[in-house]
Design a protein around this ligand. Structure first.
Ligand code: NAD
Length: 500
């Protein structure tokens, strides 16, 4: 049963994945890349890369289409998005299968990611009823008004680990606000873009409002540099986030670039064991640890505290019960698997005590060619060491023992990233202290993966985010639009004052 569940996720043919330009799939003429399933290493896709001339055609089409799209009232634009939502719900399973086959996620994780994307879409549908402008008589006979207007053509570059959810953070909001959207999916997981772009077309989105350009650095640079692109959204590693942010802002464009993470969970002895075991284990094993909100370091407060030992035993028990395949997916590439194994080797050599060894986990039968690594828990990790500071991006939990909460928060504050920090405790006062002192943009209280639900926005701080505002929710509206201010007078004033 478990095996057949996995097998249904692998497409048996190699999908051609081209570029979506002016409402049609166009073969890129600058070469191709192949896509391999993390499940078994099989080639499942062939991606064609656009030439500079094809990028230029795409941009002209996007820019022309945007002018007409922006003229439509938001209620008309929202009707298309409502249809898009219905199509995504109709095709949920097939999109989730494709997503999991290219990203290594389990089917249920792939489905959950798409559902989160649909939640953002539902938020975008509510923009038509939110504050889109306002008018006030500011002095006698004079009114001031503000209107929210689209920017024009905007671009988004997305990572491999959420092939639908991360793009869906921005697609519905940016399009609802009247922009044309240029998407550069991850070169490792581009296939899901086929389904998303087709669903938008079927929903009635005019040609040119969604453009998909495939590839890596060359395509990204061509997009950012193109004069019609007014704003750039990016989600990926900190190294590339910085490069993208710098390139776009040097050209005077808006940029919001979300980077990597090194998330902490503070474990206090008084935590509810029914919540701490699953909460901590699921946080570092979900998506095989390949998510920017995954727990990476457990700050266990109270040296030699028997309660802490029990909590840790529960985490180990829960993580060791997971079966590779049905319960935990695969890593994106063989190189990433090798990198993680060598990191575990180094951490062990540096004095880390292995409580659960994922290096020994067996691939599911029939999937030996995949990139499998079991959950790994390493105790006695030193603050400041590789295991405690570097983003590993895999199912590895490092435990740092802390004397007290002050020491734990000092360690949490010392890491360069700033996505998420969670605390497991029964004390409201201690939870409040962690939420105030955490150096992150998102905090969880007895929640291992504190992703805010819409309309609360998503976004970290420090090296996890470059730029102002957040990428979803209310905070994102100002990023994907501009505010025009109109001051009006219709009659000559007799009693003028300094404002007239
Ligand atoms: P990545 O930085 O390697 O790639 C992200 C995107 O940038 C991809 O589309 C890729 O094709 C493109 N790219 C790669 N090299 C480039 C270059 N030199 N110039 C321009 N573009 C380039 O990231 P990834 O491996 O796909 O994703 C994993 C990373 O993303 C992790 O660090 C993870 O923490 C981070 N992430 C962050 C968030 C967040 O919200 N902060 C969410 C998801 C993932």
């Amino acid at each position: 049963m478990a095996q057949s569940l996995i097998q249904t996720q692998i497409p048996w043919t190699v999908l051609n994945c081209d570029n979506f330009i002016a409402g049609a799939w166009v073969k890129g003429l600058a070469g191709s890349l192949s896509v391999h399933s993390p499940y078994n290493g099989m080639q499942i896709g062939k991606v064609s890369l656009p030439t500079t001339a094809q990028v230029q055609t795409a941009m002209v089409s996007a820019s022309n289409a945007q002018k007409a799209w922006a003229q439509l009232p938001i209620k008309e634009r929202s009707k298309v998005l409502y249809q898009f939502r219905n199509i995504l719900l109709r095709d949920l399973d097939s999109i989730a299968h494709l997503k999991s086959s290219e990203s290594g996620k389990t089917f249920s994780e792939a489905k959950a990611g798409l559902m989160k994307g649909i939640e953002v879409l539902e938020f975008a549908l509510s923009i038509q009823n939110l504050d889109l402008g306002g008018k006030v008589e500011v002095s006698k006979g004079v009114t001031c008004e503000y209107r929210r207007e689209p920017l024009g053509v905007i671009a988004n570059i997305t990572p491999f680990n959420f092939p639908a959810m991360v793009p869906m953070w921005t697609i519905p909001i940016a399009i609802a606000l009247g922009n044309a959207y240029v998407w550069k999916p991850s070169d490792k997981t581009p296939l899901t873009s086929l389904k998303i772009a087709d669903a938008l077309s079927e929903a009635g989105l005019p040609a040119g409002i969604m453009t998909v350009l495939q590839g890596g650095q060359a395509t990204v640079e061509a997009i950012i540099d193109h004069p019609v692109v007014k704003a750039v959204g990016f989600v990926g590693s900190t190294k590339i986030a910085k490069l993208v942010y710098q390139r776009a802002t040097q050209l005077g464009k808006r940029a919001l670039a979300l980077g990597g993470a090194k998330n902490h969970i503070v474990l206090l002895p008084d935590a509810n064991p029914e919540m701490s075991g699953p909460g901590i284990s699921d946080s570092f094993t979900g998506c095989a640890g390949q998510r920017c909100m995954a727990a990476s370091v457990l700050l266990a407060v109270g040296k030699n505290d028997p309660q802490i030992e029990k909590h840790i035993q529960n985490v180990v028990a829960r993580a060791s019960s997971l079966k590779l395949g049905p319960d935990m997916g695969a890593l994106i590439t063989r190189q990433q698997k090798e990198f993680l194994i060598s990191a575990i080797d180094r951490i062990e050599k540096a004095g880390g005590k292995i409580l659960l060894d994922g290096r020994k986990a067996k691939a599911p039968e029939g999937f030996e060619g995949g990139n499998w690594l079991g959950p790994t828990i390493i105790d006695q990790v030193q603050p400041g060491s590789e295991a405690a500071t570097i983003e590993l991006f895999g199912p590895i939990l490092s435990i740092v023992r802390c004397q007290d909460l002050s020491e734990a928060m000092r360690i949490e504050n010392s890491v360069e990233y700033g996505n998420a920090c969670s605390v497991f405790t029964s004390s409201g006062a201690l939870a409040e202290r962690v939420s105030r002192e955490a150096s992150t943009g998102m905090v969880g209280i007895n929640v291992g993966v504190p992703v805010p639900r819409e309309p609360f926005s998503f976004g970290g701080t420090n090296a996890s985010k470059f730029g102002h505002g957040d990428i979803t929710g209310h905070q994102s509206l100002d990023f994907w639009s501009s505010i025009k201010k109109i001051t009006t007078k219709w009659e000559a004033q007799t009693d003028s004052n300094w404002m007239s």
